[in-house]
Design a protein. Structure first.
Length: 94
């Protein structure tokens, strides 16, 4: 079993991490995000499939920003909040 302290050191600053496999991807994504944020890193999470609005325990910051506005909108938000999850898709999922 991998502990959250191990997850914090998987990626270097500015790395993009892809998580693949048969199960546990979302839980791993949020555990790694939290571990990195505890080190003072700014972390942005999202999924290529449907993602439902996470609880505050999983991600304290949730935004809905279309991809064409990521560069302009996400940087200022990450200056204020160390962990953000981008939720896209149907408004009913927000």
């Amino acid at each position: 079993m991998t502990h959250s302290t191990d997850l914090a050191h998987i990626a270097a600053p500015r790395d993009i991490v892809a998580i693949v496999g048969a199960g546990g991807k979302t839980s791993t994504m949020f555990a790694m995000s939290r571990a990195r944020a505890r080190l003072g890193r700014r972390v942005l999470t999202t999924k290529s499939t449907t993602i439902y609005r996470p609880t505050m325990a999983r991600s304290p910051g949730v935004v809905s920003v279309p991809p064409e506005r990521w560069l302009s909108d996400l940087q200022p938000l990450l200056r204020k909040q160390s962990e953000l999850t981008v939720v896209m898709g149907s408004p009913c999922l927000l």
